[in-house]
Design a binder for this molecule. Structure first.
Ligand code: GRF
Length: 224
C-alpha cells in the first residue's frame, strides 16, 4: 500500500510557510473544529518575521525559523528542512505560501508526501503572481489547486481544485481575496483525504476513493 492510501487515525503534519500563514490558520482551525484529524507537529518558515510563526506559537505549535541564506546550496537547506521535519516524525508536509522550490533532497525524504497550494487552476499560470497573470490574461474563471509536489513548478498531480469567477473590474488583489477564501476550504479538505487514506497517485493523476458525487455545476461567465 502506498503512503498516501494508508488510513491514519490522525496525520502528523509539518507546515512550511514564508509569510502571512492564513492557510496555516485554516488548517489549525480545521483541526480545532474536529473537521481535520491532524497533529501539527511543526511549522517551519524560511523568513524570521513570517506572521504564520506567531500564529503557530499562539496555538502552542513548535515553530522554527530556518534561514535559507545560511546554506550555500538549495540541497543543503533542504537537508536542514528534512531533519527538522523528521525530528518531529512528520508524515505529511504541507507547503502553505512557502516561497522556496524544493529539491530532490526533500522529494526523496517525503516521497508523495508533500502537498502545495497554488492560487490558479493548474496547469494555468504557474509561478508567482498567478492572480495578476489571470486578470491580465482575461480568463473568466480562475481558482486554486492543491497538488502533490514534484520537481516541476506547480506541476504535480492534482488533488483538489476550486473555481471562482473573475469579475470585469477585478485586479490581482480583489481576485486574490476571492481565491484565498476557497484555498482555506480546500487545503484542509485535501489533507483530510490524505488522512482518510483516500488518495492514490497513479502517474500524473490522483485517484480519490469514494469520490463524492459532483452534481450539475456548470458555470458561465458572463452569465447567459
Ligand atoms: C496563497 O495564495 C497560496 O496559494 C500561495 O501563497 C499564498 C499563501 O498565503 N502558495 P497565506 O500565507 O497562507 O496567507
Amino acid at each position: 500500500m502506498s503512503e498516501s492510501s494508508q488510513v491514519r487515525a490522525s496525520v502528523k503534519l509539518g507546515v512550511l510557510i514564508s509569510g502571512e500563514g492564513t492557510n496555516l490558520q485554516a488548517i489549525i482551525d480545521a483541526v480545532d473544529s474536529g473537521e481535520l484529524r491532524a497533529d501539527i507537529r511543526i511549522v517551519v518558515s524560511n523568513k524570521a518575521n513570517a506572521r504564520g510563526l506567531e500564529r503557530a506559537r499562539r496555538r502552542g505549535i513548535t515553530a522554527e525559523f530556518i534561514d535559507h541564506r545560511r546554506y550555500a546550496a538549495r540541497e543543503d537547506f533542504d537537508h536542514a528542512l528534512a531533519s527538522a521535519l523528521n525530528a518531529h516524525e512528520v508524515e505529511l508536509v504541507a507547503c502553505a505560501g512557502f516561497m522556496r522550490l524544493l529539491s530532490p533532497v526533500m522529494l526523496r525524504a517525503f516521497p508523495n508526501r508533500i502537498m502545495n497550494i497554488h492560487p490558479a487552476l493548474c496547469p494555468a499560470f504557474p509561478g508567482v503572481d498567478a492572480q495578476k497573470a489571470a486578470c491580465d490574461y482575461g480568463v473568466r474563471f480562475s481558482g486554486c489547486t492543491v497538488f502533490f509536489v514534484t520537481e516541476g513548478v506547480d506541476d504535480g498531480p492534482i488533488i483538489v481544485q476550486a473555481v471562482v469567477p473573475v469579475h470585469p473590474d477585478d485586479d490581482g488583489e480583489r481576485l486574490s481575496a476571492r481565491i484565498h477564501a476557497e484555498e482555506h476550504r480546500i487545503y484542509p479538505y485535501a489533507i483530510r483525504l490524505f488522512q482518510e487514506g483516500r488518495l492514490e497517485i497513479n502517474g500524473r493523476k490522483v485517484l480519490i476513493k469514494d469520490y463524492p458525487p459532483i452534481g450539475v455545476v456548470t458555470l458561465r461567465n458572463p452569465p447567459l
